[in-house]
Design a protein around this ligand. Sequence first.
Ligand code: FMN
Length: 215
Amino acid sequence: MKNENFGLFEPLFPGKDGNSTSRRAFLKAIALGAAVAAVPSVFSSSAVAAQAEGGNVLIIYFSHSGNTRRLAGYIHERTGGRMVELKRVRPYPEDYDAVVDEAKKEQEADARPEISITLSDLDQVDTVFIGYPNWWGTLPMPFFTLLERYPLAGKTVIPFCTHEGSRFGRSERDLRRLCPQARLLKGFEVRGSRVSGAEKAVDEWLTGLGLTAAR
Ligand SMILES: Cc1cc2nc3c(=O)[nH]c(=O)nc-3n(C[C@H](O)[C@H](O)[C@H](O)COP(=O)(O)O)c2cc1C
């Protein structure tokens, strides 16, 4: 990942950095909306557990240079469930300056780019984690396409975001607008350059959603 343009964002969007009990307790606490400490137990990451218990968690993430993908992986290790990568059908340029430029134009045009995924079996899902890099102050436009198509009414929606100084920017506000009938919980944000090493903070965040750490 290149860093040379980070300075570009700092003046515009002043920038924070950013345990789970068993997977069952996690899912239960989320499903009930319980802000209570669950009894710690041994964390299991077995595929069997994921199938049996993680069916109602969906993690959707977008990542251009890998930071958000890595963070999504940490979360998935703890929650299980389904993980889906959102992409634009026409890939963004790999070159950093080019993607910065194109993303800006796409946002200014309020575009709804074609996306690579459809969501099935949403009625089986209670909790949707939405992961993204902060792009020009908010979610990349493919999420606007996705969430206008699937506004996640009645779901618990939990954002996580990587950035280089702007934290969530205005993305939480945009999420609230895109998913007006979802229950938005406290998200997690971290600088992209600090995702490696953020595992403890991820644990603490999940704990703060009503869970205790035990990995
Ligand atoms: C098109 C584009 C726009 C960006 N806009 C911002 C921004 O407004 N604020 C910010 O703090 N970081 C911004 N960044 C930095 C990314 O949010 C950060 O590097 C992120 O960790 C990248 O995640 P990824 O590796 O999952 O793609 C931008 C990066 C790109 C490529």
